[in-house]
Design a binder for this molecule. Structure first.
Ligand code: HAM
Length: 417
């Protein structure tokens, strides 16, 4: 038997209903903040990701699905969508008008060759947003608020927002100098990956998951990034926190938060929930003021986030959220061959009125059909034997009350509306 590849999953009904709910709430809420949906291809030139996410990141070094197409071009399945959205904006010249704000949301699959476990897949789905054209701290605060409101709308109330600031280029350079001074004498104790990244991009040392390295980075002497912030960045960060207080969004300042992608500047944040175990990050994001320029556009303030849908669904499944009203199912039982064909027509009429009607395609015993009606949770069963046919009527049985009623065929839909 051919099975799905490791780290990839089929999403089957009835769970698909939860996915649809997440997608519907995305459209509803993000739409109310003025975001429009963007859909970009799931594969791009590899260079787009190496230049934006960064060569020395885990994603680029270890996790990309990269292949050559038939013309020998290096392509990669998208590991995230921010770079793709920036590419699309530049290609369609959307960011040329000074002062204009563009807001996009997306829903779709991403691919990372990571070690699969609960909440971590190789093909996973994100809903995300990207806002372009503003450097204002209020944009950061609004984006974070929107993320929190999204979880609330879905019934997930007690999420934690962790926030930090990397600052601007000047701040990051200051921090890198501090970090170098602290790390240099300890290089012998760090793993080979850390030693390599020390030269290539020292910030990425902080993503290391090796326990002995993590212990060194959590020592009290470890430099803290917010101490290296320039005055401008410090003001920006303060303004974000103060705006979050204004809208009553609770947050925790986390000086150890760095995020694993190179494009971030200034504010970065992550949202976690304790119900989903080790992979507790439901989503994360931040500001990326240099990325548009690095990919070939002009300097543009930008901020965004992405949420992992699988992790969100894991968290939602633990909640006791009452099922939304299911549509009532009408099951049409056939006593004979003629009824199978008639039922096709009756079911068609019922569906035209917005009702949910299920009918069989081959002759089965009435018992088997009633069992099927029960299995799918049908509220009504419609039957038609010789007597009913002679009278141009049908028998309708309410499966919950057991009550039966003879109804003229032409009024059938009215029974259920
Ligand atoms: P990220 O933190 O790499 O950020 O991913 C965002 C979320 O995607 C994670 O918090 C997690 O919920 C989910 N996720 C990531 N990897 C996996 C996986 N292997 N399996 C299941 N879920 C996963 C980004 O992708 C940035 N593009 C976010 C962003 C948008 N920053 C600015 N704009």
């Amino acid at each position: 038997m051919i099975k799905a590849l490791r780290g990839t999953y089929d999403i089957l009904p009835p769970e698909t209903t939860l996915w649809q709910k997440v997608e519907q709430k995305t459209r509803e809420l993000f739409g109310s903040y003025g975001y429009g949906e963007i859909r970009t291809p799931i594969f791009e030139r590899t260079e787009l990701f190496t230049r934006s996410i960064g060569e020395a990141t885990d994603i680029v070094e270890k996790e990309m699905y990269t292949f050559q197409d038939r013309k020998g071009r290096s392509c990669s399945l998208r590991p995230e969508a921010t770079a793709c959205v920036v590419r699309a904006c530049l290609e369609h010249k959307l960011l040329n008008q000074q002062g204009k704000i563009h807001k996009f949301f997306y829903i779709g699959p991403m691919f990372r060759y990571d070690r699969p476990q609960a909440g971590r897949q190789r093909q996973f789905n994100q809903v995300g947003v990207e806002l372009f054209g503003s450097y204002s701290p209020l944009a950061d605060a609004e984006v974070i608020t929107m993320m929190v409101r999204f979880f609330e709308l879905l019934g997930l109330k007690n999420v934690s927002v962790n926030i930090n600031s990397l600052g601007d280029k000047e701040s990051v350079e200051n921090y890198k100098d501090e970090l170098k001074k602290f790390i240099q004498p300890k290089l012998g104790e760090l793993c080979p990956d850390c030693n390599r990244r020390f030269e290539k991009n020292i910030l990425r040392l902080l993503d290391c998951k090796v326990p002995s390295c993590k212990e060194i980075f959590s020592s009290p002497e470890m430099p803290v990034i917010t101490n290296s912030l320039s005055d401008v960045s410090r003001e920006h960060y303060k303004a974000v926190l103060s705006a979050l207080k204004d809208v009553n969004v609770n947050f925790v300042e986390d000086s150890g938060l760095v995020r694993g992608l190179d494009y971030y500047t200034e504010t970065i944040f992550e949202i976690t929930h304790n119900s989903i175990g080790a992979q507790s990050a439901l989503g994360g994001g931040g500001r990326y003021n240099n990325l548009v320029k690095e990919i070939g556009g002009s300097a543009t303030g930008a901020v965004g986030f992405a949420i992992g849908i699988e992790r969100l669904i894991l968290a939602l499944k633990q909640l006791d959220i009452p099922e939304e009203d299911q549509k009532e199912i009408i099951y049409l039982v056939s006593f004979d061959e003629a009824a199978i064909r008639e039922n096709l027509v009756f079911a068609d009429e019922l569906r035209k009125k917005g009702l949910t009607a299920i009918t069989g395609y081959q002759k089965l015993s009435v018992k088997a059909q009633m069992r099927q009606a029960n299995n799918i949770g049908a509220k009504f069963v419609v039957m038609r034997g010789e007597d009913e046919r002679a009278q141009e009527s049908v028998k309708v049985k309410n499966m919950e009350t057991g009550e039966e009623k003879i109804t003229p065929v032409q009024n059938l839909a009215d029974e259920f509306i």
